[in-house]
Design a protein around this ligand. Structure first.
Ligand code: C2E
Ligand code: CA
Ligand code: CA
Length: 775
């Protein structure tokens, strides 16, 4: 109901107080009213007793007067002689003496002779009956008599001489005056009135009762008469409640009448009214004061709570504002607790944020941190360049100096970047790659800047007093004007780094054309597997010419893919992709099986020559492949040669050497492909059980023009011969090259000059032609 604690407390306190006060006030009122009522009842009772006594005294007084007259001789004489004037005069005398309202004589015949009047009036039958009845009574009868429509207190004295001569009736009218006299006798201002029972119930003959209360009063009197005791009781009137007492009169003529004494409660309580008024006033002032006090008290309690609530909401929104502690009560303790909690949360949040935005090993900012920093500049459309700086051969370096030092090395490189460009956002995004972002006008400007950075980073480092040289490669990506996200930019920089390494350059800008679309590549691999099954993939065989015998003694089988939509796809595109996505095994299995099958076709036409198949470096460390390849080779019609690249061997030396040994023992010839293009290592060259060394076409193609290359090729040929290997030169395109190779003692030539890679049927014709020429 109350949404605010302050209001709730105030209303609660004020309400409780009001309740208590009301209870006290009500009790006081009840006690006082009760007392007042009791007092009024007592007083009514007393007045009733006094009235009885008065009634008695008056009756005796009237009786005395009446009796004296009745026993007066002259009066009796006058009655006996029916001397009405004398009778009337005697009665008038009596009235004067008693100062009574009513004096008359009733003759036995029922005539009434009134005092002072000579006329005789006939007595009513009821009066006569009453007189007869009274005559039978022992003592002098007194009671109420209706006369001239008014109740009278009357006494009757019979006139006997000794026979009954009549009755002297003396009465006092019970009128307002009489009632006032009675009221004056009471200690309290009560109201008295005489009521007579008529056809409409009890009513006063004088206007003493409001007409609308007539019925209530009548009912009250009726009830009072029925109850045996005469006690004051509550009478509810339109003018207010009153306590009333009914005293029945004795009736002389059968007409019932009563005396009603009443006293209004309001009058009884009137003296206490000022007391109540002041009590109410005091109560009201007290309630106002208490409400105000409660309000202040509640404010004192709720204000700090409100402050706490506000602080909690601020905390929820991320604002850490401590609550001011002013008191030393429980709420102050709560506030202190809250402050401690907020501080702890803030500290933890800072820690978490730091952890989330920093590399735990080097404490350099991480990918998320730089992405956040780049976002605003990218939104603003800045000419942002992001460089991915990779430490070359990091795995080897780490293997050599240990993890801890490798991390320290990355940290130092990070610090160098910061030292060179304070404000440039930088981060470590993987173990060996640092990212730095800067703005540059164009590519040359960016390149100059990165060149400087590269030189700075490649300065000799000191780790624990040990000097270390590192080499770095850098890939750069430029923010595109639209729809570019920081993570995409970083990703492009990382790809550019790979491209730099692949191209063996120090700094490379992201080359979209050569990168392609990785998602498309993946679907291409699915298509490649289908192509192996449905005949889109074929083999082309390139002749290898023995320079001594001038005979084609073998071919290199190269894979060709005629894509239904994209046309011819070169092996340079899909072979590296197949290697990276794990599809190279299936491809190689297919090529080997296919080469052996086509070799069989040749053998059937009497031309059993060596077929060379390229084996990807990735497969050399696959034992299962080696075994299945050997099972295939067993079914070959003529010798099979595996061309393997030297770099692949160096990457996985142990298993690769094991497998190569397996091939060599199984009569597979081993050829070292692309010699000279990778990292040449004489040690491994010596370890490999190779039969052939293929000099890379880069050297052969520049053979006629470059003295240096000629020298290299010649010494390589000598070296290979020294190790017991034959030498094949690939990429032979001109007769001059061929002539040079001949003089250098090269064994075999392969290239467009000798023959392009062709399908098996064309190869058959070529071989047939060549055989015819030599024949
Ligand atoms: P590679 O093993 O060095 O194959 C020789 C490449 O040189 C072939 O390119 C061939 O067409 C090309 N070539 C031959 N003579 C000449 C010449 O006189 N001048 C020039 N400029 N090029 C010449 P191709 O067929 O495009 O193959 C490219 C590379 O794809 C191959 O290089 C080889 O590494 C790989 N490859 C081809 N087929 C297979 C295969 O079945 N399995 C595996 N693992 N790799 C394959
Ligand atoms: Ca090859
Ligand atoms: Ca080659």
């Amino acid at each position: 109901m109350f949404r605010r604690l302050r209001l709730k407390l105030t209303v609660l306190y004020a309400g409780l107080f009001f309740l208590t006060l009301s209870l006290i006030g009500f009790s006081a009122w009840a006690i006082i009213a009760n007392n007042a009522q009791r007092m009024v009842r007592d007083e009514l009772q007393t007045t009733g007793i006094v009235f009885d006594r008065l009634w008695q005294l008056r009756a005796e007084h009237l009786q005395e007067g009446a009796s004296i007259s009745a026993s007066d001789y002259g009066f009796r004489q006058a009655i006996a002689s029916n001397d009405e004037p004398t009778i009337a005069s005697a009665l008038a005398n009596l009235r004067r003496r008693l100062s009574a309202d009513l004096v008359f004589l009733v003759t036995p015949q029922g005539a009434i002779i009134n005092a002072g009047e000579t006329t005789t009036i006939a007595a009513s039958p009821r009066l006569r009956q009453a007189l007869e009845e009274e005559l039978d009574a022992d003592n002098a009868p007194s009671g109420v008599l209706m006369f001239a429509e008014a109740p009278h207190q009357a006494v009757i004295a019979p006139v006997l001489a000794p026979d009954l001569l009549g009755w002297v009736v003396v009465g006092e009218r019970l009128d307002r005056r009489e009632m006032h006299g009675l009221e004056a006798l009471s200690a309290i201002p009560l109201q008295a009135c005489a009521l007579v029972r008529g056809a409409q119930g009890w009513s006063a003959l004088e206007p003493a009762i409001e007409p609308r209360d007539q019925e209530k009063v009548s009912g009250f009197v009726e009830r009072a008469l029925h109850s045996r005791e005469t006690r004051p009781d509550m009478l509810h009137l339109s003018t207010g409640d009153a306590i009333a007492l009914v005293k029945p009169f004795r009736s002389l003529d059968g007409v019932e009448s009563v005396l009603l004494l009443r006293y209004p409660i309001a009058a009884a309580l009137a003296p206490y009214q000022p007391l109540f008024n002041s009590l109410i006033a005091i109560g009201f002032v007290a309630i106002v004061l208490l409400s105000f006090g409660s309000w202040l008290l509640a404010s004192g309690i709720t204000k700090p709570i409100s402050r706490l609530e506000l602080a909690a909401r601020r905390l929820q929104a991320g604002a850490y504002e401590p609550v001011e502690v002013r008191t030393r009560d429980e709420i102050a303790h709560l506030a202190e607790g809250f402050n401690a909690m907020a501080a702890a949360i803030q500290e933890r949040e800072q820690k978490i944020t730091r952890l989330a935005l920093h590399d735990s090993e080097t404490d350099l900012p991480n990918r998320l941190a730089i992405e956040r920093r780049l976002q605003p500049s990218m939104n603003a459309g800045a000419r942002l360049h992001v460089a991915a700086i990779g430490v070359d051969r990091f795995a080897h370096v780490r293997g050599a100096i240990g993890y801890a030092h490798a991390e320290a090395l990355m940290r130092q490189l990070g610090q160098r970047i910061v030292a060179l460009a304070h404000d440039a956002p930088m981060a470590r995004i993987s173990s060996d790659i640092l990212i730095v972002a800067f703005t540059a006008e164009d590519e040359p400007a960016s390149r100059r800047r990165l060149r400087k950075l590269q030189l700075a980073l490649e300065q000799t480092l000191s780790l624990d007093g040990q000097l270390i040289d590192v080499a770095v490669s850098i890939g750069v990506a430029q923010a595109k004007p639209k729809d570019d996200a920081p993570n995409q930019l970083i990703q492009r920089a990382s790809i550019a780094l790979d491209q730099a390494r692949a191209a063996c350059t120090k700094i490379a800008f992201f080359d979209e054309a050569s990168y392609g679309d990785p998602t498309r590549n993946l679907s291409l691999m699915g298509e490649m597997r289908r192509a192996l099954a449905n005949g889109d993939m074929t083999l082309a065989h390139q002749p290898k010419l023995n320079l001594r015998s001038n005979v084609i003694e073998g071919v290199e089988s190269l894979v060709r893919w005629k894509h239904p939509r994209r046309g011819m796809i070169g092996p340079d595109v899909f072979i590296p992709m197949a290697e990276d996505t794990g599809h190279i095994r299936a491809l190689t299995d297919w090529v080997l099986a296919r080469a052996i099958a086509e070799q069989k076709l040749l053998a059937q036409s009497g031309r059993a020559i060596t077929f060379s198949v390229n084996i990807s470096g990735r497969l050399l460390s696959d034992r299962e492949f080696a075994q299945s390849a050997m099972r295939l080779v067993e079914a070959a019609a003529a010798p099979i040669c595996f061309e393997i690249t030297e770099t692949a061997v160096i990457d996985n030396p142990d298993i690769a050497l094991e497998n190569i040994d397996l091939f060599a023992r199984g009569d597979v010839q081993i050829s070292i492909d692309d010699y000279g293009s990778g990292l040449s290592s004489l040690a491994y060259l010596k370890q490999l059980p190779a039969h052939e060394l293929k000099i890379d076409k880069v050297f052969i193609q520049s053979l006629a023009n470059s003295q240096r290359d000629a020298l290299l090729v010649r010494s390589t040929i000598d070296l290979a011969h020294g190790l017991g290997m034959k030498v094949t030169a690939e990429g032979v395109e001109t007769p001059a090259t061929l002539a040079l190779l001949n003089t250098m003692g090269c064994d075999i030539a392969q290239g467009y000059l000798v023959g392009r890679p062709v399908p098996i049927d064309q190869l058959l014709t070529i071989l047939a032609d060549a055989a015819r020429r030599t024949a």
